[in-house]
Ligand binder design. Structure first.
Ligand SMILES: Nc1ncnc2c1ncn2[C@@H]1O[C@H](COP(=O)(O)OP(=O)(O)OP(=O)(O)O)[C@@H](O)[C@H]1O
Length: 689
């Protein structure tokens, strides 16, 4: 039974309810004031008063009791302690300059935020809130995962229900939208729509999401019925405008999220057409957000935003443009080695959470998803309904590895993504920043591993432009993975019931007496077998290929070309052995060449140096710095081979140019319109997501 206290009119009130009422009054007072409502001192005073009032009441009721005064007093001091603790906690929250209570955010929105565990705004939200609510056009930039979505969702909603946009906003059946949000991908549109649904719903505003690949009818229906917020991809929105389903005459806000991607992808015309439908631009507020804002986007943005626009750039000239919550790692790996290396990278760096693997091409995504146990592919060629099922399965944890093209690079916010693997460095730094930013979100940490061809990859360019200082590692060694597996297996063995011992004891004794191995050695073998190991494969440092070893060749004079290295080897080794060499790369100092040979050929190569004076061949213990070349001939395979044989230095003989390609800059595809045949078809060139 809750204890009752007496109010001034002596009617009994549940103290919990009373406290809530008092709290509400305090919040309401705050709402009437603009930003930081009452000063800290005033707040303290108010609270102190409230507590004193509580105490008085309790004292009155306590003293009116005839029994057990000491008990009651004890109770009171405990309660007072709790109140004090609560007060301290609230003070800490209130002291946070970004506490939600310090902004002009109304009660229902605050409650909705609280339900999702949000009590303070992130810096980009805090820095842009007032400007947006006051009606400014704004360009906002913050690193990935820093909460840019709520940075526009919250002030827009607040403006519509309590702010400047309220007066002229239409309500009722068939109302035209007040807000239009454009995003580059369907998945992202759905995600942002979810936020508008939750927070907009809390203040009585409704939203709808329109994108290609989905049926027109339900979208038309929702638009005709009347909606406050429309979220979608440019192609389908343009279609709806042309069909007369979207009337922008009373639009109050237009938002370009991931603006650089939308404009870069050849959407400039669509976006311009859509934005151009607004007759009186003075009445519309335009907001533009992204983690990356190349200069050319800034220039274009001046066409869409008013000259008085504000720019809040939390990255600015800081060297590091990518997420600072992410460990950025690079690992040399050939295409052929990926199916073996990727599972090991996941076991070493995935922390048991979700992993997203990025490939450049759809076929590579399919192929890799087929090779990795429990992985699914996501790209633009997959039917929309299947794309949605795949993404929701990944979000809900039905499977933990998603192999995706750039369709998943932007904006996607998926819980517990611990690891990002990029199968090759992307062509532009923005793609690196966004892909690696799918982990390490909202203050959490994560790991991004990028696989690369040490001779051709533009790692130093990405490093320079993103400000990331890459950590260089080699593929997890089989010994390390086996060791970790052995520890786990040893634990499970102790859990095996003793009841099995009699059945296996005589076989064990027999083995011990005949094998010539010690008990420990035999047990080690048993653990290996239990974890699926029958041998430990050596892995090349250069290409990460199993059962390959990386060797260094020096000839006593500079080695300027791979052909020269091959010609040196031809003098001392049989042709078939020279032919079997893969991954030929020149060292950065110009004095040597590194390459991979099969494990069983190592001795032949090491012995061959005896045949020529001045030639040195040795096993590489740590990969030296290598010369980087541009990638004119596509990645993995094609060119680069020695001796004019045209064989790929990185030896992807099986798949030709599978992981090659890249995006053709502007005009690369994405078209989620008309035929509904997959949203990322290149319009102007072959950018196949
Ligand atoms: N004030 C906040 N407090 C706690 N969590 C928040 C807050 N604001 C946003 N979040 C959470 O942070 C995560 C990242 O937010 P969001 O997706 O908006 O980031 P972003 O900056 O748009 O990232 P990207 O550049 O990758 O698109 C989301 O899960 C979101 O719910």
């Amino acid at each position: 039974m809750p204890s009752l206290s007496l109010t001034s009119n002596n009617s009994p009130v549940d103290p919990k309810k009373e406290k809530k009422m008092k709290k509400k009054i305090v919040l309401e007072t705050q709402e009437t004031d603009p930003l930081m409502v009452s000063s800290k001192k005033e707040k303290k005073k108010e609270k102190r008063k409230a507590v004193e009032f509580d105490d008085d009441d309790e004292e009155r009721s306590e003293t009116s009791s005839e029994l057990g005064e000491p008990v009651n007093l004890k109770k009171k001091s405990k309660k007072a302690k709790v109140v004090e603790e609560e007060e301290d906690e609230e003070e800490v929250k209130a002291e946070d300059p970004n506490a939600v209570t310090r902004f002009r955010i109304s009660e229902p929105l605050r409650e909705a935020l609280k339900k999702r565990g949000i009590e303070a705004l992130f810096p980009i939200q805090a820095r842009t809130f007032e400007d947006i609510l006051n009606g400014c056009d704004l360009v906002g930039r913050a690193r990935t995962g820093q909460g840019k979505t709520l940075a526009f969702v919250l002030p827009i909603l607040e403006s519509l229900v309590n702010g400047p946009a309220k007066a002229s906003r239409k309500t009722g059946y068939g109302r035209p939208p007040s807000v239009l949000v454009l995003l580059p991908t369907r998945e992202l549109a759905t995600q942002v729509f979810e936020d508008f649904k939750v927070y907009g719903g809390a203040v009585g505003l409704n939203s709808c999401c329109v994108y290609g690949g989905a049926s027109y009818q339900p979208q038309e229906f929702a638009l005709k019925r009347g909606v406050d917020i429309v979220v979608g991809t440019p192609g389908r929105i343009k279609d709806h405008i042309e069909k007369g389903n979207i009337d922008l005459s009373l639009l109050k806000f237009r938002v370009l999220d991931e603006s650089d991607e939308m404009l870069r992808m050849g959407f400039v015309e669509d976006v311009e057409l859509i934005l151009g439908k607004v007759e009186d631009v003075r009445k519309v507020q335009t907001l533009l957000f992204s983690a990356t804002l190349p200069d050319w986007v800034k220039n274009i943005s001046s066409r869409f935003l008013k000259p008085t626009k504000k720019t809040i750039d939390l990255v600015g000239n800081e060297k590091m443009k990518a997420s600072t919550n992410v460990r950025h790692i690079v690992l040399p790996c050939s295409t052929a080695a990926m199916p073996q290396v990727i599972p090991d990278v996941i076991s070493c760096y995935g922390s048991g959470g979700r992993t997203i693997i990025f490939t450049e091409k759809r076929e590579s995504a399919n192929e890799l998803a087929g090779l990795l146990p429990g992985a699914r592919a996501l790209h633009g060629e997959i039917q929309q309904s299947k794309r949605e099922v795949t993404l929701s399965g990944f979000r809900s944890g039905k499977f933990l590895t998603l192999v995706a093209t750039n369709v998943a690079a932007r904006g996607l916010d998926i819980n517990d993504v611990q690891l990002i693997i990029q199968c090759e460095p992307p062509n532009d730094v923005e793609a690196y920043i966004h892909r690696s930013g799918r982990t390490g979100r909202a203050g959490n940490s994560g790991v991004a591993v990028m696989l690369y061809d040490p001779r051709r990859s533009n790692i130093s360019k990405i490093q320079r432009e993103s400000g990331v200082k890459f950590e260089h590692i080699t593929a997890p060694r089989a010994e390390d993975i086996a060791k970790a597996a052995g520890v786990g297996a040893a634990e499970t063995i102790t859990q095996v019931s003793d009841s099995v011992i009699p059945a296996f004891k005589s076989a064990a004794e027999n083995l011990l007496s005949t094998s010539g191995l010690s008990a420990v050695e035999l047990l080690a073998k048993a653990l290996a077998k239990a974890t699926g190991y029958t041998e430990i494969k050596s892995r090349s440092l250069l290409t990460s290929m199993d059962n390959h070893v990386t060797l260094l060749l020096e000839s006593g004079k500079p080695i300027y070309t791979p052909s020269f290295a091959f010609s040196v080897m031809r003098r001392i080794l049989p042709e078939d052995k020279v032919e079997s060499v893969t991954g030929m790369s020149l060292t950065a100092d110009g004095n040597g060449a590194v390459f991979d040979v099969k494990k069983e050929d190592v001795d032949t190569f090491l012995a061959a140096q005896e045949n020529a004076a001045g030639v040195n061949i040795e096993v590489v213990k740590a990969l030296p710095s290598l010369q980087e070349r541009d990638r004119p001939r596509g990645r993995f395979g094609g060119g680069g081979g020695g001796g004019g044989r045209g064989r790929g230095g990185f030896g992807d003989r099986s798949g030709g140019n599978r992981f090659s390609g890249g995006r053709g800059g502007r005009g690369g595809g994405f078209s989620d319109r008309r035929n509904g045949s997959g949203g990322f078809q290149g319009r102007n060139n072959g950018n196949k997501w």
